[in-house]
Design a protein around this ligand. Structure first.
Ligand SMILES: *Cc1c(COP(=O)(O)O)cnc(C)c1O
Length: 386
């Protein structure tokens, strides 16, 4: 019998095989330098990343979560304030709003893009609304032209959650350069991943960048003098060195991801019960994930169907992921918001249907074919209620 290996959701070992020598050399250089916190490696990366995104400033920090939190703090958003965001995202987006002391206000998503439904945004704005925190989910940019025009009209700050969208473009411009703040994660599974935690905030205002640095460093502009309660959130020199090497490959990797997505699109075009993801017209997705919707046949529970298809894939070595199985408004932590089932129908629907199939720059055509055959088999096998 032929033993075939598993197809993982992503395979960082293949990336390391390709560029590992350069990454290791950069890390060794930091180790030998003795400068492990701050220093020129971090400053150089901040400059390189700002110029990549197309902003004047970049402030490195410890994670994408901290990037969002620091942006909120820099705008002094806290108790009594509301921030509009999506319930269909990773917890960090809403969590940072709560952590800052403000209230997350959810708006449902658009079924075609998984991103905030901008036609419902105005209705959620109140006198307490200070900011909008959109997420470019799965790498797919949200319509920033429309969003910025709503934000400007209501005098709101836009904090882009770009964690999954490093390198994505809206109207030819990088995400993170259009809103007031671009918040990035360098978690290893993101498009530009460190070898550990890391994050960054991009802005076009030097005074804002200085405030972000102040909050990042214990509320201090001058060592041992503190003007605010801040945090300790550093981008390590070792991670900055890794990121400098990887940034040079990011566009190529993202182009490869786009090719992988186009191949899936073609191979899955006529498969029943599958809705393939669409990039927002006007945008260029970074394809952090390739997330399909599985539509259950009549009489079958949506989530149970999706889970059965997923189990069938696993049996033949295809590992898929569910981002995200439980919308944020239904999480225990947000019970106090009193947002029952039915509050955000599109979000709730897709949370039962989504399945993210293997997506990474190094995946081979043969592997993609195996994923698609496995999906077709699973769908054929589960077309009746069990
Ligand atoms: C990963 C992620 C974050 C948080 O990034 P970390 O670096 O893991 O803290 C925030 N928002 C979204 C949408 C993410 O996917």
């Amino acid at each position: 019998m032929n033993v075939v290996s598993n197809i993982p959701p992503l395979d960082l070992k293949r990336q390391y095989q390709a560029i590992g020598a350069d990454v290791s050399a950069a890390v060794l250089e930091v180790l030998a330098s003795g400068a492990y916190i701050g220093g020129s490696v971090v400053r150089d990366f901040e400059q390189q990343f700002a110029s990549y995104v197309g902003t004047t400033e970049c402030v490195g920090c410890n994670s994408g979560t901290d990037a969002l939190y620091l942006a909120l703090r820099a705008m002094k958003i806290g108790a009594g304030d509301e921030v509009i965001t999506t319930p269909f995202t990773f917890i960090a987006t809403a969590e940072t709003i709560s952590e800052a002391g403000a209230k997350p206000v959810f708006v449902d998503i658009d079924l075609a893009t998984f991103n905030l439904d901008l036609s419902q945004l105005a209705a959620a704005i109140t006198p307490r609304t200070r900011a909008i925190m959109p997420v470019h989910l799965f790498g797919n940019p949200l319509d920033l032209t429309k969003l910025m025009s709503i934000a400007t009209q209501h005098n709101l700050i836009v904090i882009e959650d770009c964690a999954q969208a490093t390198g994505a473009k809206w109207n030819g411009k990088q995400v993170g350069s259009i809103g007031h703040f671009g918040c990035f994660s360098f978690f290893p599974t993101k498009n530009l991943g460190a070898c550990g935690d890391g994050g960054a905030i991009t802005v076009n205002d030097p005074a804002l960048a200085a405030d972000l640095r102040m909050y990042r460093e214990h509320g201090s502009r001058q060592r041992y003098y503190h003007e605010a309660i801040g945090v300790n959130s550093r981008l390590d020199a070792i991670q900055a060195a890794v990121l400098q090497v990887k940034l040079q490959h990011l566009d190529r990797w993202n182009q490869q991801r786009a090719k992988v997505a186009a191949i899936y699109q073609e191979l899955l075009a006529n498969v029943p019960n599958i809705i393939t993801p669409q990039a927002t017209p006007g945008g260029e997705s970074a394809w952090n994930q390739y997330t399909i919707r599985l539509v259950a046949p009549a009489g079958i529970d949506a989530a149970a169907y999706r889970d059965r298809v997923r189990a069938s894939l696993l049996e033949v070595g295809v590992i898929s992921m569910i981002y995200y199985p439980l919308p944020l408004h239904l999480q225990e932590v947000y019970r106090d918001l009193h947002l029952p089932i039915g509050s955000f129908p599109n979000t709730e629907l897709v949370s039962h249907q989504v399945l993210s199939i293997p997506m990474f720059p190094e995946i081979t055509f043969d592997e993609q074919q195996r994923v698609v055959y496995a999906l077709k088999d699973a769908i054929a096998a589960h077309h009746t209620p069990e």
